[in-house]
Design a protein around this ligand. Sequence first.
Ligand code: MN
Length: 199
Amino acid sequence: MSFELPKLKYAYDALEPYIDAKTMEIHHTKHHAAYTDKLNAAINGTKAESLTIEEILKNISGYPEIVRNNGGGYYNHNLFWNFLSPKGGGEPKGKIADAIKTYFGTFEKFKDEFSAAALNRFGSGWAWLIENNGKLKVISTPNQDNPLMDVALVKGKPLLALDVWEHAYYLKYQNKRADYIAAFWNLVNWEEVENQFLS
Ligand code: MN
């Protein structure tokens, strides 16, 4: 069994003007595709071939670095595309909105904390909203690490993710990562965030 690059649920230009079509196309067909291919090549003929990506990530310290980097890249982008939607943005509703208020005070405070985590991640990495033992937390990870990995400093179930690698924004935003982060809030698929929370 090998891992497959998922199709996006929207067109490459559907997230304009917040994320441009060229960035989306390269990000999906080059970057995500490369993580997928390299993961498959790295596990070819090993026991990992019969495991789910989550099972691999949970024990990632037992694998070579190439599996950590490309397995993380494969999984993180699968999540990321689904956390974006042309119909996204605004404020969450329902149980996830209540949980955000419980753990961050207000939606604005949550947004500020998540944005700061994304902005302050030095170099390449990700910002996350995670759930751990029923509690919500904002964290960030370097490179393609994620909160499922046994090597993560803080572990939990990913509820929302933002890619802050330069390849995610440089064509449109160049060095202005803060502008990309601000634009991201217009795309957040809160239904998907709630699905993750309730799953
Ligand atoms: Mn990326």
